[in-house]
Write a protein of this length. Structure first.
Length: 542
């Protein structure tokens, strides 16, 4: 029994060794370059752990597009030596005029059959990196000179959906001949799905030998054109023109360039795109505002709102947008009314996109989903006054209601008229009286008047004691933020009266409360003199 078990184990070990040997002897392709649409052969390298003969087959042998074909020739058998690389040449023919659409997948399978180690299959593919479809005998050179992004991006090679991209492209003729009818074609290429998602062709131009030209292209990274969850893109550009003169006269010549681009997708970010409205409007008109609200984040969003406002005109619209799935959109539409009395100027029309907590959406760089665009208001506007719409009327015959003498209280009446065509609220004050009086108030200091109506206002002052003659103060009437309406009022002030007048004795001077003690001293002195004289006379007689 033990002998039988030992025999079985030995056979199993031998089988394992043979299997391991078979696996380790598999052939492999060590170098497989891409095929070129302008070439006719490619060299691959193959090796095996065993010395053996390998034969090849290609399936399919022909590829077709638009009725034209690419034909392959199967390589001849090769002799492999153990662990050494052997070159294998595959020949193919691209039919003249074969249509290569950039990004189209042209590939076939090459199978190697080893006499000892079994089979190995390798895919042969045409390179998709050549944006040009023809050669470059005219020696053109195209280069992406500069990329500038407007929007949320902080890097020229990292773009957010809805960003605006401006790219400078330089085309130079380095050849000996002129090149005419040069067209610049560009494409934002989706590297995961092998297709152009945004592309265009610019106007053609001519370039003499040794000359160059820079053109600028601008486009919007419209999320409508992008694929959800795809971030790997390339910007491709090529310049194609016709050679004029020389041995390649009449042939097309092409040069291309490319830049790697990453499209940024945050977790939670909702933005606006295609904001549209009438950019110049009249006062009193209604303006329809439309925009696409895009969820360019990776997560679905709920209860989205948008605020559309012009603070200066007290316009504030809150628009319910609703729920938006990831990489989907909803439509924003609202109407704003321009006030009839708006000033003719350019205003800031602003937009905020708000989440379910009424917070402005922010991306991972803390940039807010807010927008500021210009709206021009012009025509049919009421003229904005340069000062308060008030008229101040003072009647000299009735202005002074009481007082008017130094040291007394003074009341002055004025009339305030609303000279505008709407109800106005006015604030009334007085200035310019500090040198001759102190204020005892204004009644009323604030009033509201309908258009064309008026109301009397009383100004009260305490006149200083030493004042006489004509004095002035200024009436100030203000409404809102407009400058004040003003008027200077003249008031005559009499010198303070009172006391006693002794003609002859005082020379017409008046004795009053301010100088009575001086007159008292003088009179006392006169009485003393008289008494002395009387006493002196009596003494002399005696």
């Amino acid at each position: 029994m033990k002998t039988k078990i030992f025999t079985l184990l030995s056979l199993s070990l031998i089988a394992l060794i043979l299997f391991s040997s078979l696996v380790s002897a598999l052939i492999s392709f060590t170098s497989v370059p891409e095929l070129s649409q302008s070439g006719n052969s490619v060299v691959l390298r193959i090796k095996s752990t065993e010395s053996e003969t390998a034969t090849f087959s290609i399936n399919p042998l022909t590829l077709t597009s638009g009725g034209r074909t690419i034909t392959f020739t199967e390589p001849s058998p090769v002799l492999l030596t153990a662990n050494n690389e052997v070159p294998v040449t595959v020949f193919y023919n691209v039919e003249s005029g074969f249509k290569f659409d950039f990004g189209e997948d042209f590939s076939t399978a090459l199978t190697a059959l080893g006499s000892k180690s079994g089979t190995k299959t390798q895919t042969l593919s045409f390179a998709t990196s050549d944006f040009c479809e023809v050669g470059n005998n005219g020696d053109l050179s195209v280069a992406i000179d500069d990329i500038a992004v407007t929007g949320f991006s902080e890097d020229d090679n990292e773009w957010y959906p809805t960003d605006t991209v401006k790219i400078d492209i330089n085309v130079e003729n380095n050849g000996n001949e002129d090149v005419k009818n040069i067209e610049v074609e560009w494409c934002l290429f989706d590297n995961e799905n092998n297709k152009c998602v945004i592309d265009n062709t610019e106007s053609d131009f001519n370039l003499n030998n040794g000359k160059d030209k820079t053109i600028t292209i601008t486009f919007n990274v419209d999320p409508e054109d992008l694929e959800p969850e795809v971030t790997d893109y390339s910007f491709l550009v090529k310049a194609t023109g016709e050679i004029k003169g020389g041995s390649f006269d009449g042939e097309d010549s092409c040069s291309d360039d490319s830049e790697n681009v990453e499209v940024i997708l945050d977790s939670d970010f909702v933005v606006l795109n295609n904001i549209k409205f009438q950019e110049t409007v009249q006062c009193g008109s209604e303006v329809v505002v439309n925009a696409d609200v895009w969820n360019i984040g990776e997560d679905d969003q709920n209860d989205i709102t948008a605020r559309v406002f012009i603070d200066e005109l007290k316009i504030n619209n809150q628009v319910d947008v609703g729920d938006i799935d990831s990489f989907d959109k909803e439509r924003l539409s609202t109407m704003i009314t321009i006030p009839k009395n708006a000033a003719e100027k350019i205003y800031h029309l602003q937009f905020w996109v708000l989440d379910e907590d009424n917070d402005i959406y922010q991306n991972e760089n803390d940039d807010e989903s807010s927008y500021d665009v210009s709206l021009k208001v012009e025509g049919n506007c009421r003229k904005i006054p340069t000062q308060t719409l008030a008229e101040i009327i003072v009647d000299p015959a009735t202005a002074i209601q009481s007082g008017g003498k130094a040291g007394e209280s003074l009341e002055v009446k004025t009339k305030i008229v609303n000279a505008g065509d709407e109800t106005q609220t006015f604030t009334i004050s007085a200035t310019g009286f500090d040198e001759w009086a102190t204020s005892e108030g204004v009644n009323p200091s604030s009033l509201s008047l309908n258009a064309g109506l008026s109301q009397d206002v009383i100004f009260r002052f305490k006149v200083n004691k030493d004042v006489e003659g004509d004095q002035t103060f200024v009436v100030n009437v203000k409404s809102g933020t407009l400058p004040s309406a003003t008027k200077t009022v003249n008031v005559p002030i009499e010198k303070a009266s009172g006391g006693f007048k002794f003609p002859g004795l005082t020379g017409g001077a008046i004795i009053n409360s301010d100088n009575w003690y001086l007159w008292g001293i003088g009179i006392l002195n006169v009485i003393l003199v008289i008494i002395i004289i009387i006493v002196a006379i009596r003494v002399a007689r005696s």
